[in-house]
Ligand binder design. Sequence first.
Ligand code: BGC
Length: 764
Amino acid sequence: MSDFLGIHHLQLKGIRMLSSRLHTLVLFTLIGVFSSFVQANRYEAELDALLAKMTLAEKIGQMNQYNGFWDATGPQPDEGDAKKKYEHLREGLVGSVLNVSGYERVRELQSFVVNESRLGIPLIFGLDVIHGHKTIFPIPLAESASWDMEAIERSARLAAIESSAQGINWTFAPMVDISEDARWGRVAEGAGEDPYLGQHIAVARVNGFQGDDLSAVDTIAACAKHFAGYGFAEGGRDYNRVDVSPYTLHNTILPPFEAAVKADVKTIMNAFNTLNGIPASGSEYLQRDILKGKWGFQGFVVSDWASIKEMVDHSFATNNEHAAALAVKAGSDMDMEGYAYVNHLESLVREGKVDEKLIDDAARRILRVKMELGLFEDPYKYTDKTREAEALYHPSHLAAARDMAKRSIVLLKNEKRLLPLNKNQQKIAVIGPLAADNNSVLGTWRVSSDDHSAVSLVDGLKQYSNHFTYEQGVKFSIGEEAFSQHIIANTTDRTGIAEAVALAKESDVVVMMLGEHGFQSGEGRSRSNIQLPGLQQELLEEVYAANNNIILLVASGRPLDLSWADAHIPTIVQTWQLGTESGNAIADVLFGEYNPSGKLPMSFPRNVGQLPTTYRQLSTGRSTPKDNVFWSHYTDIESDPLYPFGHGLSYTDFKYSKLKVKTLKDNRVKISVKVKNTGKYEGEEVVQLYLRDRVASTVRPVKELKGFKKILLSAGESQKVEFVLTEKEMGFYNAKGEFLLEDGDFDVMVGGGSIDGLTDRFTL
Ligand code: BGC
């Protein structure tokens, strides 16, 4: 707590802590410094020698990344871009390609570069391996709902195994952008609204992709993206401006990136957006001061697709040449399909407008990652035909995808306890366009998967029951432009509704699977209306009028507006887009083979007007409801979200008791709670700990997640769950990005969600 003069006690505390732990600290620091020194220097002599051999153009070539193109050994293209790219590959003017995958294609392209270019420096092959490769795992937002770091790490690990078997050694994942706005289509790719959960997930994914040894044949370099602020695009409109306070930048946006850097992520991708007026790709503050300066990042920064040249469109650069100069000075090391570096950097250096040292540094960073991957020892190590044949869709990967999918499902509501279903008794109607869908549930970003390769719900149900009948109800869309993947929702064809209603009438229970098409979220898919698209709401209401025993499964890439459903439908399950094993996983949950354990990583608003929203609100001067209108609220809806962050039910019940808080030495606080499974089924619970710093020099959120543990309890079993809070959890960043820990009172809340829980207070 600040005292009246505004003086904080951080320094005093710092001294206190240091004296008590001095020896241990010094020792660990020395070991840390020594090991990072050894690590960082492992390749430096080799890099010096290599860089000394390279011409300026070749060094710039390493900074140039092209999108994939024709078969390198096939007929040579004789005009346009393709010819130019081909010549550039031969001249050593390309450091990386993206979107070239598959054993044969990668091997051919690699051998072309290795054999034809002067120095034969191998390419690094990048691809968006976002949630699985061939075997598709749930979209990242869904996986985040599992709050299961081991499972998330495994998912990334298996994606690395499959993609590396197809020649890929670098993924453009994880996306660690925090977002509070469900209108933004790319929330599907992230970990939701919370930076604490986001940090843990970022680390799990980086570890999964990169493994313990980056030089192993089945690990790949990860890329934390998009640096920074992309999730705060105004109005949720993709690519739009981001205007956030330094407070939000340091406390919400940056922590997952910093966690990824600490986890040794090898690359960072910058972003399309402007951040407070400066395009991220040209931001010295982000890339040089924070990333490479304050955090000491040793890897390289890749631009987003053409984001360097887009600085011209932003009216930040005069032309591509100017954009190249700005970007390289700002710390963007590699230009993705933007032609700014390859076309202009050499002359900029020769004219003295760009310092060659910047080129040396960027090339060194890129080459270092190639060395760490082992590409210089064996440029073909990721191209092994047998491995490719064995790895893709391996049964163990499918099993893991099913497991991950089950863990990602969130039971939002189960009022009449319609779930779990009974295998024998019920006559089940299965209704909705997404219930028989085996494509859209693969979600966004599945560049390598096979279309229509998912298990649909209808197929998944078959292993549990033959008492169900399926009716589509309404067609989802009337068109899908293949390339732009624009979904044209069906708003006119009602021909199937009558059959669906008739079926519902004669059934005991109705399972309806409604939601978004897989391509209605993701990049460029912002929506201003987040209700069920097309005629699905109409279908839902008509079926409800015939039989209100409905279990609604919501397949979507973002939180939807489920207000009507919440007011009428007894059971609602958020099933996201769960990937290859979608239908199997949903069936496992419906029939109680798996007891749902997911918790929302992002709040579901009451309607679109509530966006952006987060449970991490700041207290206003007028947050308490009054009997007049002069307090912070909407007059037409309640202020809180429909389903808050952290919410998720189980088939069993958990009771929390005995919350104990104890302050320890060295600014640590121990918190324990007893959790008992009081229901009939075995189940997992995510025990969540929230903190509120009562008074601080910067207003702190009314609650913030600062700890979580997922536990498994059999019926009747109890467990004591413990957390130890440290300075990291109790402090915060000020507007200058300095980390502060301030004395004072803290409220603690522990429970199964962000709303209800046991509370206590401690004083630091
Ligand atoms: C996206 C990135 C992606 C890149 C390469 C861009 O449009 O914003 O997230 O990695 O394309 O496919």
